[in-house]
Design a protein around this ligand. Structure first.
Ligand code: FES
Ligand SMILES: [Fe+2]
Length: 387
């Protein structure tokens, strides 16, 4: 594909004006969901600056425990130091760039598997074999670059940008909401992933449509919640959708008891740009949407329960049926998102409209995104800019 020149990219970004209110706004042009140049820009200006929950803290429990991975093109290494501090590094050896460690485990030192350059647990280069004859080699300047890291909820979050503003102030209000729902009592059960043939934003848009699609696409979920109570609240860099449980009791459209599964109501919290926390009844599931390319993404799910099903047969059955329900909903969303992507590729579709009282969460997302993209291409920012 011929690269989009900078001027064309700037024009494309300018086509969504974040100052236009939702009642009059059109959605971003479909090229935002298909164009490799937009994807690259997002990688740099949005995802490369966003806090990402890359590992569970429980997996980083003892000195030297490490996890590694790659997110939106940035290899990372997370490890627990011998001083108990959590550290994150860019996982690129200072020699030829190989990932220093791969996978997960426990290490006393970080030994690159390629030529055995060795770093200590603080990322300082300690030895580099067979370097006799080299000139101008300052080992102290060859530490692994550190990345910002924070613990929040059950996860370690990292940011690929070294000048990122801290995570906690951004999510403080959400913290209160989730703590009130005792999220510290939740125990990890399992994780799974789905790869989807759609742009990552299609998945996020679908999540943020204020329940608009629920009656049409999710018959089982629709039977568990009372759609008349569905609300969306916007905050700086997150939004929260809430809904009350439908009346407890059997329904022809769902196998589960809504009163038990949804409990006092569901909280669907979204943190800009690509993290969702679904808290309902005795359950939490997290969705982390990982962009893989302009028209491909992966959604990582983790399931948490107050009772993880180890203790009793009834709890085990509840966990199983609850995960089954989440999988049914996910499959329905997957078919929607992939079909939307087909439509976005059509020459006959460019932009759409928002249902103002329902899809304002989606509009909020697009305003935050547009602000980051405008900043990156040097366009004027809305005043005041969404924070
Ligand atoms: S690339 Fe790591 S030691 Fe050579
Ligand atoms: Fe859905």
């Amino acid at each position: 594909m011929v690269p989009t020149p900078d001027s064309a990219l700037r024009e494309l970004v300018a086509r969504f004006d974040p100052t236009i209110p939702v009642e009059r706004a059109s959605t971003p042009p479909s090229a935002w969901y298909t164009d490799p140049a937009v994807f690259e820009l997002e990688r740099r200006a949005v995802l490369g600056r966003a806090w990402q929950p890359v590992a569970r803290l429980a997996e980083l429990a003892g000195p030297g425990a490490y996890q590694s991975g790659c997110i939106v093109g940035e290899p990372w290494l997370l490890l627990r130091g011998d001083d108990d501090a959590l550290r994150a590094f860019s996982n690129t050896c200072r020699h030829k760039g190989r990932e220093v460690l791969q996978g997960a485990g426990t290490a006393e030192a970080l030994v690159c598997g390629y030529h055995a350059w060795t770093y200590d647990l603080r990322g300082r280069l300690r030895s580099a074999p067979r370097m006799a004859g080299i000139q101008g080699f300052d080992r102290t300047a060859l530490s692994l670059p550190t990345l910002p890291v924070e613990a929040w909820g059950p996860w370690a979050w990292i940011n690929a940008s070294t000048d990122a503003a801290p995570l906690r102030p951004r999510v403080a209000a959400l913290d209160g909401l989730l703590t009130a729902r005792e999220w510290e009592r939740l125990r990890f059960h399992s994780r799974t992933s789905w790869t989807l043939a759609c742009n990552w934003k299609v998945y996020v848009d679908n999540y943020l449509d204020g329940g608009y699609h629920v009656p049409h696409m999710h018959p089982s979920l629709d039977a568990q919640i009372d759609m008349s109570t569905y609300r969306t609240e916007l905050h700086g860099e997150f939004s929260v959708q809430t809904v009350a449980s439908a009346a407890a009791g059997p329904s022809a459209r769902t196998q589960v008891d809504p009163g038990e599964r949804i409990g006092p109501g569901a909280i669907y919290a979204w943190i800009y740009p690509n993290v969702m926390l679904n808290r309902y009844g005795p359950c939490l599931d997290s969705n982390h949407v990982i962009p893989l390319g302009p028209e491909r993404c992966r959604v990582d799910y983790e399931f948490y329960f107050v009772d993880d099903g180890q203790g009793s047969e009834a709890a085990r059955r509840f966990v199983e049926s609850s995960i089954e329900q989440a999988v049914i909903t996910q499959r329905e969303d997957e078919s929607i998102c992939e079909s939307v992507q087909v439509g976005l590729r059509s020459r006959h579709y460019d932009t759409g409209r928002y249902a103002p009282r329902v899809e304002h969460g989606e509009h909020h997302f697009h305003r935050l995104l547009a602000t980051d993209l405008r900043r990156a291409v040097g366009l004027p920012l809305p005043d005041p800019a969404p924070t």
